[in-house]
Design a protein around this ligand. Structure first.
Ligand SMILES: [Zn+2]
Length: 448
């Protein structure tokens, strides 16, 4: 399973959930109280001694020239910690045509096979070495139509990068655009210049991306500012703003951490897309046909927003732990739906996860949720994170009860906030600490 499968996987899973959860159901009649006890004021604790990925990229400075339907030229300056390389720098570069690589103006030798770019390094490196790579992405590096192009998740198609969920780096992105186009991309330091974006919160590359074209955006001020961009009508923006404010408050309470940025954008795009990025979500405009027309079908809005905490602020340390990102997004969506629409909505999400997991078992494709640290992206691009992973969290809540469970969730999230990465062992430790005893049966049931 390669990156192309992942593309289908992300969309298929997301849209499959959509299809099977779209039949309207009446909201529960009883009044709904918050399902999340109020958080304590305990401060976040940074976690020391988190192992570094083999390669630690610090910053990407990227310049892309968009000529309508494709990127015609590109250059990236990549800065890394030289203590994490020895003689060579290995990056993921999917179907890019590499034109030259330099370090401090000196040309470097490289080899590029399949999606692996290996750059030979000199023996002596400066304290913050930066290679500059000039390249041309393939025509399918972006998706969309003639007047809206976008890229999400598959960053290695437009940027040679260390495509590893635990290797967080800052990003400077400059897009040269056709006239009359505008663009949106992850950014937490607005500079007001068209096509220029600065993301100073270290973020894994699968949460980079951009959308560019003839589209509009609306912004509702507040904390965070809520932006709707792409193709949508004002009704959708109004509804999104209203509901997203409530979701932000819910996830902030569930995590014990306020929304981590100053703005959040929903970007509605042509074609199949359902992907979280730093500070935004790219969502198929088709989704607007089912929501907000059917208010209970807010699962995709909730899922992608939950990723700002679980996946973004606190994400998997490596591919082997990637289940944590999706399990939390699915579970938190159900928790939100319980809070907003009633217990039936929560149970329904759980039933969907169970049915899909049962189908995986029957197909003989069950596997442990957590894989070794050196697992690859291809090892985890199945549905188990969404189904078995979420079921593990549903079951943990049953076993611990609400008070201990939500305490554990907040402790897990807050403890990982320091490094931004988490492991299954961190989740177990938080659950067992809040429970006051070991969770042997739970671990046997879900993690073996
Ligand atoms: Zn997700």
């Amino acid at each position: 399973m390669g990156s192309a499968w992942r593309s289908l996987g992300v969309l298929t899973v997301a849209l499959a959930v959509s299809c099977s959860s779209t039949s309207p159901r009446p909201a529960a009649k009883r009044p709904v109280l918050s399902t999340v006890p109020a958080p304590s004021t305990k401060p976040a604790a940074a976690k020391p001694n988190q192992p570094k990925p083999l390669l630690d990229v610090l910053h990407y400075d990227v310049h892309l020239v968009l000529d309508g339907s494709r990127i015609t030229r590109a250059a990236a300056s990549i800065t890394w910690d030289p203590e994490t390389t020895l003689g060579s720098l290995t990056l993921r570069a999917d179907a890019l045509s590499i034109e030259g690589i330099t370090l401090s103006g000196t040309e470097l030798e490289y080899s590029h096979t399949a999606n692996k770019l290996l750059v030979r390094l000199p023996n002596e490196l400066p304290p913050r070495p930066t290679v500059r790579i000039e390249y041309v992405p393939r025509a399918d590096a972006t998706s969309g139509t003639a007047d809206i192009r976008f890229a999400a998740y598959h960053s290695a198609r437009w940027l040679p990068c260390h495509f590893h969920p635990g290797d967080r780096a800052t990003l400077q992105l400059k897009l040269d655009l056709p006239s009359e186009w505008s663009a949106i991309a992850p950014s937490d330091v607005p500079n007001g210049k068209l096509g220029e974006f600065s993301l100073e919160t270290a973020t894994p590359p699968h949460m980079y991306g951009f959308a560019a074209g003839k589209f509009v955006s609306l912004r509702s001020p507040g904390k965070p500012g809520l932006v709707t961009a792409g193709r949508f009508d004002r009704t959708a923006h109004t509804r999104l703003t209203k509901e997203s404010r409530k979701m932000v408050a819910f996830f902030a309470q569930a995590s014990g951490i306020p929304y981590p940025g100053s703005s959040y954008a929903h970007v509605f795009l042509p074609g199949k897309v359902a992907q979280e990025l730093a500070g935004m979500a790219f969502i198929s405009e088709r989704y607007l046909k089912t929501w907000p027309a059917t208010p209970t079908e807010d699962w995709l809005i909730a899922h992608e927003l939950a990723h700002q905490w679980w996946g973004g602020l606190v994400g998997a340390a490596n591919w082997g732990e990637f289940w944590l990102n999706e399990a939390f997004a699915v579970f938190m969506t159900a928790a939100w739906k319980e809070h907003r629409h009633g217990r039936d909505a929560y149970d329904r999400e759980r039933d969907l996860a169970r049915k899909r997991y049962d189908a995986t078992i029957q197909a003989g494709k069950d596997r442990p949720l957590s894989l070794p640290d050196d697992a690859s992206e291809a090892d985890v691009t199945d549905k188990l994170a969404y189904t078995k992973g979420a079921l593990a969290l549903f079951d943990a809540r049953d076993r611990l009860g609400d008070k201990a469970f939500w305490t554990a969730i907040r402790e897990y999230t807050q403890a990982a906030r320091g490094t931004g990465v988490a492991r299954t062992s961190d989740l177990i430790a938080a659950l067992e600490s809040a429970h006051g005893k070991s969770l042997t049966a739970w671990r046997e049931r879900w993690l073996k």
